[in-house]
Design a protein around this ligand. Structure first.
Ligand SMILES: Cc1cc2nc3c(=O)[nH]c(=O)nc-3n(C[C@H](O)[C@H](O)[C@H](O)COP(=O)(O)O)c2cc1C
Ligand SMILES: C=C(O[C@@H]1CC(C(=O)O)=C[C@@H](OP(=O)(O)O)[C@H]1O)C(=O)O
Length: 401
């Protein structure tokens, strides 16, 4: 079983991630993590933070001389802006005078940074979180609710992807299916297309749609508005038998849906052609089983997205996630200031115009973490060698697999 957890605030000193249950002998280096974090910073629609955020990563345990040891892997990602936030986000008590204004610089941004936040943003955790935890400063909520945390998920996803690739040659890719009202009709991403997808500012390989997406984004940005969309993730070469039909929480589709839904701003998920299948007659919705040349079976299509009865069936696994538009809308939304109960404009500092492009890369990590956990459960073993041998034995043991 793989277990993982994250900690850290958006403007704290660093983010932290731990993943436990990783088999020994998986090859991993700092470069793998740095490449993945750089991919999360790509794409159109991001705000100022991504221009300077370096995501400096340190491996604190679990990897030695380029191989996992079987011990928990601990990762730290330092926040580039920490020196500016040291007082505001100090773990130790600070002199309230130091928070009052700007330490004498007169800089408006410093003033905003130090002010207590009392005008909760609609669409954020600000209000519900402040009520739940009894805070009078929304910063205590928003710092952890922020999707800055997804940098850690992407780093942990590197470990999961390495397990999947090295044990079973699984490849995971992502693309943007829609940006606001502009939808793409490009085919699902194919193996080997990650460099081309990374090169597109909107992770879309149809050039006409790419241009329409960029124009739509620019329009919304000019109007002081924000944009949502749909991302898709796909995993090739997933072995048959991950997940189980026998219990609700062992179903692979349910685990994938939960992991994608957990990404900040994701509000809808489908596995395979989930929503399109609802409109198809049964005769056109299901993937007929055909004999294949190697004596196993294949499918006429893959509307199910590689999962039937909560179990992987050997076809590519794909899923889509719908993101709401960014809630920190520059033409600020109405709210109530909880200091005086009066109508006000919601807090607004810098913000992204859309999170859809990085969300695709984050969705890759979430799918990888879910599939790697299911693979470890299915196959067993404490090292890469053992897992490979176990998988080969499972596959040799059934002529249909
Ligand atoms: C990569 C990424 C970047 C985001 N950037 C912002 C942002 O700059 N401003 C903002 O208001 N929300 C942003 N969000 C969305 C918020 O984090 C999210 O809407 C908020 O935490 C409330 O959670 P919920 O939408 O899941 O209910 C981002 C989300 C992701 C995935
Ligand atoms: C920092 C990241 O995303 C942040 C996610 C986020 C939010 O509210 O979710 C708000 C913004 O934070 P900031 O106010 O610091 O600019 C984004 O930049 C990141 O993805 O690395």
């Amino acid at each position: 079983m793989l277990r993982w957890i994250t900690a850290g605030e958006s403007h704290g000193p660093a983010l932290v991630g731990i993943i436990d249950g990783v088999p020994a002998g998986i090859s991993l280096t700092s470069a793998d993590f740095n490449d993945a974090l750089a991919r999360r910073r790509l794409g159109a629609g991001r705000g100022a933070r991504q221009k300077f955020e370096a995501d400096r990563l340190e491996i604190m345990g679990g990897i030695r001389h380029g191989k996992t040891t079987g011990a928990p892997i601990a990762l730290v990602i330092h926040n580039s802006e920490w020196p500016k936030w040291e007082t505001v986000m100090s773990a130790d008590p600070v002199d309230p005078q130091d928070l009052l204004i700007d330490a004498g610089t007169g800089d408006e941004r410093e003033i905003a940074r130090n002010r207590r936040l009392t005008r909760p943003r609609p669409g954020h955790a600000d209000l519900a979180g402040a009520i739940k935890y009894g805070h009078d400063d929304a910063r205590n909520v928003l710092e952890r609710a922020s999707a800055r945390e997804t940098a850690t998920r992407v780093a942990l996803g590197v470990v999961a992807k390495a397990i999947l690739a090295q044990v079973a040659e699984v490849e995971i890719l992502s693309a943007v299916r829609a940006l606001g009202e502009v939808a793409s009709s490009a085919p699902l991403p194919q193996p080997g297309q990650t460099p081309a997808l990374d090169a597109s500012p909107v992770r879309c390989l149809d050039q006409e749609t790419e241009q329409q997406m960029l124009a739509h984004l620019e329009e919304l940005k000019k109007a002081g508005d924000t944009c949502g969309g749909i991302v898709e993730v796909i995993a090739y070469q997933v072995p048959v038998g991950l997940g189980s039909h026998t219990q609700w929480d062992r179903r692979l589709d349910s685990a994938i849906a939960a992991s994608l839904m957990s990404i900040q701003a994701v509000k809808g998920v489908e596995v395979g052609d989930g929503f399109a299948n609802a409109a198809r007659p049964g005769s056109a919705a299901h993937d007929e089983i055909l004999p294949s040349e190697d004596g196993r079976t294949t499918r006429a299509q893959n509307h199910a997205g590689g999962i039937e009865g909560g179990i992987s069936n050997g076809q590519p696994i794909y899923a889509r996630a719908a993101l709401k538009p960014i809630s920190t809308v520059p033409k600020a939304l109405r709210t109530v200031d909880w200091d005086n109960g009066e109508e006000a404009k919601a807090n607004h500092q810098r913000s992204d115009t859309t999170a859809v492009v990085p969300a695709a890369v984050i969705a890759e990590a979430m799918l990888a973490l879910t599939l790697a956990d299911a693979l470890c459960t299915r196959v067993g073993g404490d090292s890469l060698t053992q897992m490979k041998a176990n998988l080969a034995a499972l596959q040799a043991g059934d002529h249909r697999a």
